[in-house]
Write a protein that binds this ligand. Structure first.
Ligand code: FE2
Ligand code: FE2
Length: 143
């Protein structure tokens, strides 16, 4: 089974692909799917992964504090995406959301996840991967 770093990166690639599909189609169904996937992913990170990283990584408090602020900004954008019925407004909000997510993903993948790889053991990262998956399934059920 993939560890938590691989699972998080897989989700990032999947959502990037969906953003590409939205950019090509401007399909509101894809936009809604992106919002659902991002909500599930960010909530599972917050409940299962971030608390552990905050404690275990040497720079955890700062890195995770910043990441949580970015999640909050994404959540607000997702709320606006879900509330709009105007296709042009939807398209511009989706560009804004994609930029915000791209920035956040870059920080996770260049700062947080490499630090987790260096400072945590393979078995810890494996176990955290299982907890991340379980939290995502929990989120999917509660929708
Ligand atoms: Fe992430
Ligand atoms: Fe995140």
């Amino acid at each position: 089974m993939a560890d938590v770093v691989e699972l998080i990166e897989q989700d990032h690639r999947a959502v990037e692909q969906l953003f590409g599909q939205f950019a090509a189609s401007k399909d509101a169904t894809i936009a809604a799917q992106i919002c659902d996937e991002l909500t599930k992913h960010t909530r599972a990170e917050e409940s299962a992964v971030y608390p552990v990283f905050r404690d275990r990584l040497s720079n955890g408090k700062d890195l995770i504090g910043e990441a949580e602020t970015e999640h909050e900004q994404a959540r607000q954008l997702i709320g606006r995406v879900r509330n709009t019925t105007d296709p042009n407004h939807l398209a511009s909000l989706m560009v804004e959301l994609q930029d915000a997510i791209q920035h956040h993903v870059r920080e996770e993948e260049t700062e947080i996840l490499p630090q987790a790889r260096t400072e945590m053991s393979g078995s810890e990262l494996g176990e955290l991967g299982e907890q991340f998956e379980a939290a995502k399934q929990e989120e999917a059920r509660s929708r």
